[in-house]
Design a protein. Structure first.
Ligand SMILES: *Cc1c(COP(=O)(O)O)cnc(C)c1O
Length: 505
């Protein structure tokens, strides 16, 4: 299998290159030139397998220049030993909760950082440590990441002590929650570093982009046999692990006799950068019986508008919401969908992306819009509606969910009510409710709560646990006793120095 860039189809690369490089030199994203197909028989067989074996079936079809042993060892490192419960995820990494006869929740937050980013970021570093020696022998990879919260911690936890890699995360001094700050500052591992940056998320992100493109720094790095790479979701190695859990949820529904083989399901995904829902789209194109994909957004509803009108317009106010990981106006993975829906038209994708950069908007053709309509629906809700949804799920089903999941649950219900579609619907749950104790407790009790320190968040988490009887995940609970290792802080202009000091350049 080869991978091509969404903006230049003529230069194809092998899977390991696509993963090692992350992004194509002209700015496009790597996509497989053809999707592997799964028969119903193969999907049926998956119902008898554990998550690791299902992952092997999917990954081996995409990573054709990895050996079977390499793929197996990456999967075991990420999700635990074969046929034993996965240690890091405490059993099935992607379990299902059934809410009512036609609605299920796929919980993707049982990993070490309690957000769905773990599903991909536990695997990507391992894929990279195989891909890099294959394609750039002798090089060491240095991952630089700017984070608004969840990605940084998940990337740190994923790259921790992975041979041949170093990782440095920059977070905005005043842009992450106290809990998120503590999660990162207490990070363990010999190859990790964390630094607060003056300013907001955009400052941190711009700073990291400048480091990536700084020619002198690149040269310095090369002299030490190192290269920079990125851990964000433009890397194919982050998308491919996400395809697995859609096959896995279908296989589990089959094994539990909730559906029959071939029965179509709908999937509702709380969406930000369009990575998670894109993986569901690929699963559908690979033969998984999915009828519709419902794209759920918060008040930053640029994708709802796009799916309904065919116009993508980022020129709009940015809102900070209670589902911060979906506060995004430019969803970078949408580029991959446009490529697929246009039948692989790289010129068209280049033009649309150009228009987005220069004019802040683009419109797709009627043909592409028609394809979009065939597979996608969209809905959004505001913070108050999401809070009401948290309360409703708790009262009706004794089910506790986080604000991101609540946005999806709301969108799912709205879709079901407006269309009358009775197809079974899987709502994707992307974070543990205990990652956002004040928002969740506030929604459940109706009290006016605000936690300002990590200590206050911990005591609200205890109250939530007492009230709901849903256990707190151990990694979040243990945070109270973890020593703080990183207290570094730098100005916007000092990020280069921080990187050099960390890498010993
Ligand atoms: C990253 C994230 C999302 C958005 O996922 P995308 O793949 O960017 O669409 C949703 N919820 C949570 C909790 C996240 O961390």
């Amino acid at each position: 299998m080869k991978y091509v860039s969404t903006r230049r189809k003529d230069k194809a690369v092998f899977p390991a290159q696509a993963i090692a490089q992350g992004i194509s030199p002209e700015g496009g994203l790597f996509v497989p030139d053809e999707l592997p197909k799964f028969s119903l028989k193969e999907i049926g067989e998956m119902s008898q397998m554990n998550y690791q074996d299902r992952a092997y079936m999917v990954l081996s079809r995409f990573l054709t220049d990895f050996t079977p042993e390499e793929i197996r060892s990456c999967i075991q490192g990420a999700y635990g030993e074969k046929s034993e419960p996965a240690d890091k995820f405490g059993g099935n990494p992607a379990p299902i909760a059934k809410l009512c006869p036609d609605t299920y929740v796929l919980e993707l937050w049982h990993g070490p950082t309690c957000a769905f980013k773990d599903m991909a970021l536990q695997l990507l570093p391992r894929l990279m440590s195989v891909a890099v020696p294959k394609t750039m022998p002798g090089k060491k990879v240095c991952i630089l990441t700017a984070t608004s919260g969840d990605t940084g911690k998940a990337a740190l936890e994923g790259f921790k002590d992975v041979p041949g890699t170093n990782i440095m995360v920059f977070y905005p001094q005043h842009g992450v929650s106290e809990m998120q700050k503590l999660q990162m500052a207490s990070q363990e591992g010999k190859n990790v570093s964390v630094c607060a940056v003056e300013g907001n998320f955009d400052d941190a992100q711009t700073g990291v982009k400048n480091l990536f493109t700084n020619p002198e720094l690149k040269e310095k790095l090369a002299a030490y046999n190192m290269v920079f790479s990125s851990a964000n979701s433009i890397n194919w190695g982050r998308l491919v692990p996400q395809i697995v859990y859609y096959f896995s949820v279908y296989a589990d529904l089959l094994a539990d006799e909730e559906i029959f083989l071939g029965e179509k399901i709908n999937v509702t995904v709380p969406t930000g950068n369009f990575g998670n829902i894109l993986a569901a789209y690929y699963a559908k194109e690979m033969g998984l019986p999915i009828q519709r994909l419902i794209c759920a957004s918060n008040r930053n509803n640029v994708l709802t508008d796009f799916i309904q009108t065919g116009v993508y317009n980022k020129k709009r106010p940015f809102y900070a919401t209670t589902s911060p990981s979906m506060d995004i106006l430019v969803s970078s993975n949408l580029e991959r969908l446009l490529f697929a829906l246009s039948g692989g038209d790289d010129n068209l994708v280049s033009c649309l992306m150009d228009s987005l950069n220069r004019e802040g908007e683009y419109q797709v053709s009627p043909e592409v819009k028609e394809k979009l309509d065939e597979g996608f629906s969209a809905a959004w809700c505001n913070d108050q509606q999401a809070a009401q949804e948290i309360q409703r799920l708790f009262q009706e089903f004794s089910y506790l969910c986080d604000p991101h999941t609540a946005v999806a649950a709301y969108a799912c219900r709205q879709y079901q009510e407006t269309t009358g579609d009775k197809t079974k619907n899987v709502v994707v749950s992307t974070a543990s409710p205990y990652k956002f104790p004040s928002s969740v407790l506030k929604a459940v009790t109706g009290e006016n709560l605000q936690a300002l320190t990590a200590q206050e968040e911990f005591s609200l988490a205890d109250r939530l646990e007492h009230l709901s009887n849903a256990p707190q995940p151990l990694p979040l609970f243990q945070l109270r006793e973890k020593p703080v290792r990183f207290t570094g802080y730098c100005g916007k202009e000092e990020m280069e120095q921080a990187v050099c000091a960390f890498l010993g350049l």
